[in-house]
Design a protein around this ligand. Sequence first.
Ligand SMILES: NC(=O)c1ccc[n+]([C@@H]2O[C@H](COP(=O)([O-])OP(=O)(O)OC[C@H]3O[C@@H](n4cnc5c(N)ncnc54)[C@H](OP(=O)(O)O)[C@@H]3O)[C@@H](O)[C@H]2O)c1
Length: 252
Amino acid sequence: MKDALGSVQSLLILGGTSDIALATARRMATDKTRRIVLAARPSERLDAAAQDLRAFGAEVDTVAFDASEVESHEKALGEVFANGDIDVVLLAFGVLGDQAADEQDPVAAARVAQTNYVGAVASGLVCANALKKQGHGALVVLSSVAGERARRDNFIYGSTKAGLDTFAQGLGDAMHGSGVHVMVVRPGFVETKMTAGMEKVPFSTTPDAVADAIIAGLRRGSEIVWVPAALRYVFSGLRHLPRPLFRKVAKR
Ligand SMILES: NC(=O)c1ccc[n+]([C@@H]2O[C@H](COP(=O)([O-])OP(=O)(O)OC[C@H]3O[C@@H](n4cnc5c(N)ncnc54)[C@H](OP(=O)(O)O)[C@@H]3O)[C@@H](O)[C@H]2O)c1
C-alpha cells in the first residue's frame, strides 16, 4: 500500500533486468520503495541487478519468469502477490529481434510476438486481476512509438508493440473504477542494451529520462506517457502522412 504521502512501497518488475526498469527501480528505491521483486529469466545479470538495488536499502527478491512461457505466469506471479500487496507492476520485458533475419525465419519472427505480445497479454492479465483483487495499484506497460505506425525496418517488433499498446489501453478501460490504474508508456529510441550499437535517431533519450517520466506519470495518474513528451506531437503528424511520403521519411 502507498504511504500517507503517496510513495510507492512495493514494485514488481516483469523483465527484471531491463535497463529502463532498473533505472525506474533505482529512482523508486531512493524514494522510499522498500520491497522490489524482479521477475526475470535467471542469470548473473539478474543477480547483479538485485544486488545493485539492495545497496539502495530495498528488500529485493527475484522470481524465475519467462514471458514466453505463458502457462507458468499465474503460479510464478501469484506467489509474489500472495507474499504481500504490490503497488506498482512494471511490464518491461521485450525483444527487438533481427528484422532482416526474422523475415527469412518465420519461427524466429513468431518468437518475438510470443514474448512481446502473447507474453504480455498473459502476464498483464494475471497482474491486473491480482491488483484488482487487492483493490489498488498500477500496471505500467512499456509500449513503444514503433507501434504507432509500421516502419519497413522494424515492422515485426513494431506490430508486437501495436498489439501490446491496444491491449494495455483496453485493459485500462476494463480496470476503470476498480482502483487499478493502467499506464501505457511510449518511449522513442532509448539508449539501453536493446539498442546498443544502433545509430541514434532524433529525440533519442535515456533510461533515467524514461524512469522520470514513469514516476511523474504515476503521480499525475496519466493513462499514456510519451518519452520525450514532444513525440506525441511528432507522431500525431507522422500518423497522417501519406504512405509514399512516410516510407521516405521513415528510411534511416
Ligand atoms: N530501448 C528502446 O529504444 C526502447 C524504446 C521503446 C520501448 N522499449 C521497450 O522497453 C522495454 C524495456 O527495454 P529496455 O530498453 O530496457 O531493453 P533491455 O535492457 O534489453 O530490457 C529488455 C529485457 O527483456 C527481458 N526479456 C527478454 N525476453 C524475455 C523473456 N522471454 N522473459 C522474460 N524477460 C525477457 C530481457 O531479459 P534477459 O535477457 O536478461 O532475460 C531484458 O532485460 C521493452 O519492452 C522494450 O521493447 C525500448
